[in-house]
Write a protein that binds this ligand. Structure first.
Ligand SMILES: [Zn+2]
Length: 459
């Protein structure tokens, strides 16, 4: 099956045709860096990673940008209300985002631009919109004039009164108009930039519009984000670019659904702490990743620890299967895909249907396990299995061959634990603590018992 995506603009599945066969250009709205990301944020980021990996699997080179939103009201509030510097706050949470992305096996983006490093380009962009007559100034606040742009309303019926719009405290002319630039106010403190129309800061929709066009160009292939960004953020982002450049900003708009939190279904052990760092204390990164990939990105999923336990069991089953093979001996020169491999790829090419792909992989495991139990595995079936394991892991990325062997503690974990013991004997608690976190991030819990350290593999 040819690669196809559900495009939010047309509400239909469409075959994917890139602008250039050389490189696919993808923009994903990134984190606002003022708090530790929670598991819902990472549903979107894992979806970006899935998209990236499926594009690569289809033979494309991908240039992808995930921005760092480091100019935002919530950031400014924290900086001014707490005793913390702007850069200290934003770079701390940017680092946490990147570290957690790495733990969850998200491939690095081509670039993660910070909004604060492109403010002069944003000022220039806003000025061009004013020169074109689609933006206006009210007391140093600059707004996009939606009445001057006839194509406003790409994603929604803009006459729908139930739409949530940005409030009008700054005095915009029409209800759908939105801020490109917010004038400095006392509560902003020292966080401000200078423009031709006074001090202030760029607004979020303009940040993404400028970062996308600056780093990827005037037209891109795919723009993605969480479903809550469709309106008004993506509507407003594309309106600015398309009004200014008079072209289509992105050809495909992909949106990931919400993760729903139903507190009654959640165990007391998890409580309401759904930050990724808390979840990683209890579950392995592979368990979280599989949980997030086991439902289709366009379906709502409710969070429950039963589902995480199911994912953990699925990983055990996969690892038990993988342990039958020596993956180091795959001959990558001569890979031929069988019908089950092709069915797996077809499912992914059909708008990234991960539940179906996962089902095909498990059917294959069940079939092969029967052969293993009957001792009827042929060399051809062994090769087919190894190819499928590799193919599966190139997308799901949850098999860590060094951790999959039953019962044994990998050497790197043992080495880190001995080093931690050494640091504890020297009373270097800081270093010992860092090592414990490192071990945890690699999927192992460490317990200090009276007989010394005990290592337990996470679920
Ligand atoms: Zn954005």
């Amino acid at each position: 099956m040819k690669l196809q995506f559900y495009n939010s603009v047309t509400s239909e599945k469409e075959e994917f045709h890139p602008i250039s066969n050389k490189e696919v250009l993808v923009y994903g709205c990134g984190p606002t860096v003022y708090h530790s990301p929670h598991i819902g944020n990472f549903r979107t980021f894992i979806f970006y990673d899935l998209l990236n990996r499926v594009l690569v699997q289809n033979g494309y080179t991908v240039k992808n940008v995930i921005n760092i939103t480091d100019i935002d009201d919530k950031i400014i509030d924290r900086v001014n209300n707490e005793d913390i510097g702007f850069n200290d706050l934003t770079q701390k949470y940017e680092r946490i985002f990147l570290e957690q992305s790495d733990f969850l096996s998200i491939l690095p983006s081509t670039v993660n631009p910070r909004a604060s490093e492109y403010v002069s380009e944003m000022i220039h962009f806003i000025k061009s919109l004013m020169d074109k007559g689609v933006a206006y100034n009210i007391n140093g606040n600059i707004f996009f004039d939606t009445k001057e742009y006839s194509k406003y309303g790409k994603f929604v019926n803009i006459d729908d009164d139930s739409l949530s719009r940005e409030d009008n405290e700054l005095g915009k002319k029409h209800s759908n108009d939105f801020a490109l630039w917010k004038a400095w106010k006392e509560s902003d403190g020292e966080i401000t930039w200078t423009s031709d129309w006074g001090n202030g800061r760029p607004a979020w929709h303009t940040e993404c519009a400028v970062l996308g066009t600056q780093l990827l160009g005037e037209s891109i292939d795919i723009h993605c984000g969480g479903i809550d960004l469709k309106f008004p953020h993506h509507e407003n982002e594309s309106a600015q670019v398309e009004a200014l450049l008079e072209n289509q900003f992105a050809n495909y708009w992909l949106h990931a659904e919400h993760l729903i939190f139903d507190s009654e279904k959640m165990s007391k052990s998890l409580g309401n702490t759904l930050s990724v760092s808390d979840l990683l204390k209890k579950y392995s990164p592979e368990t979280l990743r599989l949980f997030l990939l086991s439902s289709h990105y366009r379906s709502k999923v409710s969070f429950s620890d039963k589902k995480l336990d199911d994912s953990s069991k699925m990983i055990d089953k996969i690892n038990r299967f993988v342990n039958n093979f020596d993956l180091a001996t795959i001959d990558v020169q001569d890979i031929k895909y069988s019908s089950s491999h092709l069915a797996f790829l077809d499912a992914l090419n059909d708008d990234l249907n991960t539940p179906e792909a996962l089902g095909i992989f498990f059917d294959f495991i069940n079939k092969m396990n029967k052969n293993i139990n009957n001792e009827s595995m042929t060399e051809a079936l062994k090769a087919e299995s190894k190819i499928f394991i590799n193919l599966f892991n190139s997308i799901f990325s949850i098999i860590n061959p060094s951790l999959s062997k039953k019962g044994s503690i990998p050497k790197n974990i043992q080495d880190l634990a001995s080093l931690r013991e050494e640091m504890r004997n020297k009373s270097d608690w800081n270093e010992a603590d860092k090592l414990r976190r490192k071990i945890e991030n690699l999927g192992w819990l460490i317990e200090d018992t009276k007989d010394g350290q005990k290592l337990i593999q996470k679920k």
